[in-house]
Design a binder for this molecule. Structure first.
Ligand SMILES: Nc1ncnc2c1ncn2[C@@H]1O[C@H](COP(=O)(O)OP(=O)(O)OP(=O)(O)O)[C@@H](O)[C@H]1O
Ligand SMILES: [Mg+2]
Length: 245
């Protein structure tokens, strides 16, 4: 197999004497969608924040495109983007203005064309001129996803990107991301609390519990290993296990 696009080794994050992410290692390959699964507080967002260079790991290493994030932050982050339902944006700008700010920051070529194209793909024509502070949470999710995709990243971190979207747009966004993954060879790290979505989207899944990886494999492999009917049952089983001391 080719060299991984993202290589995480022995990554740990402590907040005071609390360990949020506990010595995890994993790879993401080109064109792969890796699902990061786990109960509230398992360490998913903390892991993504370390991968984005937003917080500094307590120990361990992160390499992307063969480069160490600690030393090549700018080069790496130009090729990476992020979307989350819980992100904040300049609220006094319109949707289109926000997208243009991002396009300028990332030196996106053919800016107006790219903005128009992403607005069309994510069905945002009706909110193009609306102020960002007036958006519903689902419209906001679409805007943050548009922002992330417009920069044509090689790696995309999606932290609960579909959390407040209606089923129709979730379905379209899933299809859109899959197509993007196939055509652009985009690698994605994805979190969601919707198990069916996890099964459909992820080529491989990592299950985090108390900051540690407790299961890893395809959805089918994980379901079989735990002798459950589906991922939701595995989730309930693992999430309800007491923490090993
Ligand atoms: N800045 C911080 N200071 C102290 N503790 C923190 C900080 N950030 C996160 N934590 C703690 O680290 C743990 C992991 O949080 P994290 O946000 O990574 O969980 P998560 O897996 O994303 O959960 P969710 O499914 O609820 O989004 C939680 O117990 C959280 O309270
Ligand atoms: Mg989270």
């Amino acid at each position: 197999m080719s060299n991984p696009i993202v290589q995480v080794r022995n990554l740990t994050k402590r907040f005071g004497d609390f360990t949020a992410v506990d010595n995890i290692s994993f790879d993401i390959h080109k064109g792969e969608i890796l699902g990061l699964l786990g109960p509230n507080g398992a360490g998913k967002t903390t892991t993504i924040h370390m991968l984005l260079g937003l917080i500094t790991p307590s120990s361990g290493t992160i390499h992307m495109f063969g480069l160490d994030l600690a030393q090549h932050r700018e080069t790496i982050l130009q090729q990476v983007n992020f979307s989350s339902t819980y992100i904040s944006m300049p609220f006094s700008l319109t949707v289109e203005e926000n997208l243009k700010v991002v396009a300028r920051l990332y030196s996106v070529k053919n800016m107006q064309q790219q903005v128009d194209s992403i607005i069309e793909k994510l069905e945002m024509e009706d909110i193009r001129t609306r102020l960002t502070r007036k958006l519903s949470s689902g419209q906001m999710s679409r805007l943050t996803l548009a922002k992330a995709l417009m920069t044509e990243p090689k790696v995309l971190f999606l932290d609960e990107p579909t959390a407040s979207l209606d089923p129709d747009i979730v379905d379209k966004i899933k299809a859109f991301l899959k197509e993007y993954q196939r055509n652009a060879g985009l690698s994605i790290l994805y979190t969601s609390h919707n198990m069916r979505e996890m099964e459909e989207m992820s080529n491989r899944i990592i299950f985090l519990q108390h900051g540690q990886i407790v299961a890893e494999g395809t959805a089918d492999q994980i379901v079989q290993r735990y002798a459950q009917r589906d991922l939701e049952e595995v989730f309930l089983k693992l999430a309800r296990e007491p923490k090993a001391q």
